[in-house]
Design a protein around this ligand. Structure first.
Ligand code: LHQ
Length: 260
């Protein structure tokens, strides 16, 4: 795709790699735009049935490239920078109706943490860590980190993590529910590959609609969620994979989902 965003496609799985390892995959304006384009490519390609997002080298991403940020020219405010860049990436990941695995190979900080938390599930290496770096440079959280952390760990823990900015090691990310699984560094690639392959062979539309319902339920009442589930299920029953799933169950065989 470009020098700093790599895009590979294999067997239904698209892998997007943040590729600026000498800067711990710190994000530039250009890179953030390319990341958004890669996510949009995944959304528009029916052959993509699972997405893996990871970083090259020893980091997932150190967040905003702070050197670039000081030198960026133009009349933009920080708010505009966020609206134009990270906000669109985070929303595109949440709106992508396909499973997105965060393959957390190393440190995720600042906006890099927001992007990691916007994935659907996270598999982390034992060498990974989360650093809500904002307070270290006197900032409030952005890139959705306040929302995701509060959802995942509750308000008191979210405040502690954000107000201290301390590094949260892999073991603690697991115990806090910030990641789904922690594996030795050498096991990260095969573990993610196996899961990605499994998800890519799943009923992609049903998985996408599951994500749609969860997104909506995160900020809705039970009454509204029940109604929304009913509307979405009307769509799910129309998919070929639903029909195949029921037929396979009744015929006592393994379903063969096509993602349709
Ligand atoms: C970096 C960076 C980096 C440039 C490591 N930039 N070079 C929104 C709106 C407005 C403004 C700001 O940003 C935002 C959103 C955000 O993302 S705010 C948060 C920005 N990120 C940070 O504050 C994190 C800064 N980095 C760190 O705290 C550490 O580097 C971490 C904890 C990520 C990793 O620590 P170490 O493993 O000890 O690595 P290191 O610090 O030695 O870094 C290695 C190299 O990468 C080093 O360069 P050098 O030339 O000395 O080898 C760093 O300068 C460079 N680097 N992060 N964000």
């Amino acid at each position: 795709m470009s020098e700093h965003i790599l895009y590979e496609f294999n067997d239904g799985v698209a892998t997007i790699t943040l590729n600026r390892p000498d800067r711990l995959n710190a994000l530039t304006v250009e890179m953030t735009g390319e990341l958004l384009a890669a996510i949009e490519q995944c959304a528009g390609d029916d052959a993509v049935r699972c997405v893996v997002l990871t970083g090259a080298g020893r980091a997932f991403s150190a967040g905003q490239d702070l050197e670039e940020f000081l030198t960026v020219e133009g009349p933009w405010t920080v708010g505009e920078h966020l609206r134009h860049g990270y906000n669109r990436v985070v929303l595109a990941l949440r709106a992508l109706e396909k499973p997105v695995i965060g393959k957390i190979n190393g440190v995720a900080a600042g906006a890099g943490l927001g992007i990691a938390l916007a994935t659907d599930l996270r598999i982390a290496s034992e060498q990974a860590s989360f650093v809500p770096a904002f307070i270290g440079i006197g900032l409030a959280p952005d890139s959705g980190v306040s929302w995701f952390l509060q959802q995942l760990v509750g308000p008191a823990k979210a405040f502690e993590l954000l107000a201290t900015g301390r590094k949260v090691g892999a073991k603690e990310t697991l115990s806090l529910g910030l990641v789904n699984q922690v594996v030795p560094a050498t096991e990260l690639a095969p573990t993610v590959e196996a899961l990605a392959r499994q998800l890519a062979q799943g009923p992609t539309k049903g998985i996408g609609l599951t994500k749609r319902v969860l997104n909506e339920a995160a900020s809705a009442s039970l009454t509204d969620t029940l109604e929304y589930e009913a509307q979405v299920q009307d769509l799910a029953v129309q998919t070929a994979d639903h029909k195949e799933g029921v037929a396979a169950f009744l015929q006592k065989r393994k379903p063969k989902f096509e993602g349709k």
